[in-house]
Design a protein around this ligand. Structure first.
Ligand code: IPE
Ligand code: IPE
Ligand code: MG
Length: 247
C-alpha cells in the first residue's frame, strides 16, 4: 500500500517562503545546446518567467524578485542586449494590460536611467498602476548590481549627513535599508540559482545575509513548477537560526 505514503506534490502552506529570489541564468547555454542563437534562449527564458511568476502567485508567494539584467551584462554584444530590451518591452506592454486582472504588482529594481527611454516610460506606467493593489509583488532587477545598490544608498546617506538631516552615529540598518531599491520589501527567504553556477553574481548582496540557497544544474528555460516545488520543499526542511540557537 505504498501509494498511501505518497507525498503531496504542492508545497504545504506552512513555512512557505514569503519572498523568493531567482537568478534567471542559463538561457544562452539552453539555446546553444539546441543549435539556436542566444537570443532564442532569452525568449524561452522570458516565457518560463511568466509560467513561474503565475505559479508563485497561485501558491501564495508574496514577493518574487528576479535577476534579469545585471550591471555587468553590458559586456555582452549589442545584438544580445537589444534582444533582451525587446523582450522586456513586450512583457511590460502585456503586463500593463493584465496587471490588475492577474493580481500582479510589478516593480523594477536597478539603475533604469541607462536603459532605453520608451522602456523607462513603460516602467513609470507600471509603477503608477501598481500603486494601490495587492497580490504578488514581482520585482524585476534590471541594470541591477548589489554593489551599485549599496553604493547608491551610501551616497544618499552621506548627502543626508551633509545636509544635517542625520548624524553618522544615528544611522541604523533601517535607515540604510530605506535607501535601497528594495525599500519596504522583506529580505528574500529563498534564493534559487539555476544553470549550475555556484555564485551570487552581485544579486541582492545586502538582502541575502540570511537567505537560504537552492542551486540546480537545470537551465532557466527548463526550470519547471515541479522543480520549484522541490526547491520549496527543500527550503522547508532547513533550520533557520539567524545566528541564534534552537533546541
Ligand atoms: C541569463 O542567461 C540571462 C542574462 C544574464 C541576461 P545567460 O545569458 O547568462 O545564459 P548563460 O549563462 O550564457 O547560459
Ligand atoms: C547573472 O548571470 C545575472 C543575471 C542572470 C541577470 P550571469 O550569467 O551574468 O552571471 P555570471 O557571469 O555567470 O556570473
Ligand atoms: Mg549566465
Amino acid at each position: 500500500m505504498l501509494f498511501l505514503f505518497k507525498k503531496k506534490s504542492k508545497p504545504k502552506n506552512s513555512d512557505l517562503p514569503v519572498h523568493i529570489g531567482i537568478i534567471l541564468d542559463g538561457n544562452g547555454r539552453w539555446a546553444k545546446r539546441r543549435g539556436l542563437p542566444r537570443t532564442a534562449g532569452h525568449s524561452a527564458g522570458a516565457e518560463n518567467f511568466r509560467t513561474i511568476a503565475n505559479y508563485c502567485r497561485d501558491i501564495g508567494i508574496k514577493y518574487l524578485t528576479v535577476y534579469a539584467f545585471s550591471t555587468e551584462n553590458w559586456k555582452r554584444s549589442e545584438e544580445e542586449i537589444y534582444a533582451i530590451w525587446e523582450l522586456l518591452r513586450k512583457y511590460l506592454k502585456e503586463s500593463i494590460q493584465k496587471m490588475v486582472r492577474d493580481r500582479v504588482k510589478i516593480s523594477i529594481m536597478g539603475d533604469i536611467g541607462a536603459i532605453p527611454e520608451d522602456i523607462q516610460e513603460l516602467i513609470d506606467e507600471t509603477d503608477r498602476l501598481s500603486e494601490t493593489f495587492e497580490g504578488i509583488q514581482l520585482n524585476i532587477c534590471l541594470n541591477y548590481g548589489g554593489r551599485d545598490e549599496i553604493l547608491k544608498a551610501a551616497k544618499e546617506v552621506a548627502a543626508d549627513c551633509l545636509a544635517g538631516k542625520i548624524q553618522p552615529e544615528e544611522i541604523t540598518d533601517d535607515y540604510f535599508e530605506a535607501k535601497l531599491y528594495s525599500a519596504g520589501v522583506p529580505d528574500p527567504d529563498l534564493i534559487i540559482r539555476p544553470s549550475g553556477e555556484l555564485r551570487i553574481s552581485n544579486f541582492l548582496l545586502w538582502q541575502s545575509a540570511y537567505s537560504e540557497f537552492y542551486f540546480t544544474k537545470t537551465l532557466w528555460p527548463d526550470f519547471s513548477t515541479k522543480e520549484l516545488d522541490s526547491a520549496i520543499a527543500d527550503y522547508q526542511k532547513r533550520d533557520r537560526r539567524f545566528g541564534g540557537v534552537k533546541d
